[in-house]
Design a protein around this ligand. Structure first.
Ligand code: PMP
Length: 287
């Protein structure tokens, strides 16, 4: 059995799974998404991602396509059918299919829902973490509601491509005051010169990362100092350590910013420790 995708109530072969050309997600980016890391076939940080999904949908007045309980069952069934143990589950919900018009459809339409599951080579990602990754900076040019996890990701796409072209892994957006907001698909962190963990606060225009939040619980349990205070690219370049968090990256050490090494240009001990602790916790709490 090959890969399968869930599309609006049924499972289809991945290569043949389609949405309608007038799906508002496709036409207008009128859709939101969530991504769960999978550990041993189970959903990591399940609850946090559901809460954020419900909030993203509610901010856009899109109804939940089904109850959280039913959604959990469908997600788990999608994972099972794809026989993925280590990987990612992707869920997208759009406002639905309607004749193209910017304003919401007058008559209510059913939201569209798509789920795909992909395998991740954990050996390769562990090797990447052991080596660390580079980031490049790029001017913040996204809309003012980055707290909503929409599929309107063109600035993120271009930022990530800029990173790729520079041989880096991630791009960090820098706002008009010169502070890093977050990565194209991750939250940004440093361990500053005083040894304090720093990441942007959620009053800023960033996505409230679920990995970020869970890592904060780990940080509190470890009794480590945390400062939700902005930092600049220069702060990062002169920091002891830097790293990014996200369902895809987990906790991933950053070893250079715009080509300048961070610390000794190697993954920092705290970043590596937090990665280990985060993964342990994610495995223990996955459902
Ligand atoms: N910021 C952005 C812009 C993202 O796309 C992501 C990943 N979806 C994150 C942060 C990290 O969020 P999470 O930890 O919930 O995956």
């Amino acid at each position: 059995m090959g890969r399968v995708a869930y599309v609006n109530g049924r499972f289809a072969r991945h290569g043949e799974a389609m949405v309608h050309i007038e799906d508002r997600g496709y036409q207008l980016s009128d859709a939101v998404y969530e991504v769960w890391a999978l550990f041993d076939g189970r959903l990591s940080d399940a609850e946090g991602h559901f809460v954020r999904l419900e909030r993203s949908l509610s901010e856009l007045s899109i109804p939940m396509p089904m109850s959280r309980r039913a959604l959990t069952l469908v997600l788990k069934e999608a994972v099972r059918r794809n026989r993925v143990r280590e990987g990612l589950a992707y869920l997208q919900v759009s406002r639905g299919v309607a004749p193209r018009d910017h304003a919401f459809p007058k008559a209510p339409v059913a939201p569209s829902m798509v789920i795909t599951v992909s395998a991740v080579d954990r050996a390769a990602t562990e090797a990447r973490a052991a080596k660390g990754v580079g980031v490049v900076t790029t001017p913040e040019n996204r809309w003012g509601r980055c707290d909503i996890k929409t599929v309107a990701l063109l600035p993120n796409v271009l930022a990530k491509q800029k990173a790729r072209a520079a041989g880096a892994y991630e791009a960090w957006f820098v706002d008009e005051l010169g502070f890093v907001t977050e990565g194209a698909s991750s939250n940004a962190w440093i361990v500053d010169r005083d040894g304090r963990l720093r990441t942007r606060d959620t009053n800023a225009n960033i996505l409230r990362g679920i990995t970020r939040r869970t890592l904060m619980e780990v940080i509190a349990e470890e009794g480590l100092a945390l400062d939700e205070r902005p930092f600049t690219p220069d702060d990062a370049k002169t920091a002891r350590e830097a790293f990014i968090t996200g369902a895809g990256s987990l906790v991933l050490p950053v070893v250079s910013v715009d080509g300048t090494p961070v610390g000794e240009g190697r993954p920092g001990p705290l970043a590596l420790k937090l990665r280990r602790l985060y993964i342990e916790r994610a495995k223990a709490t996955a459902v």
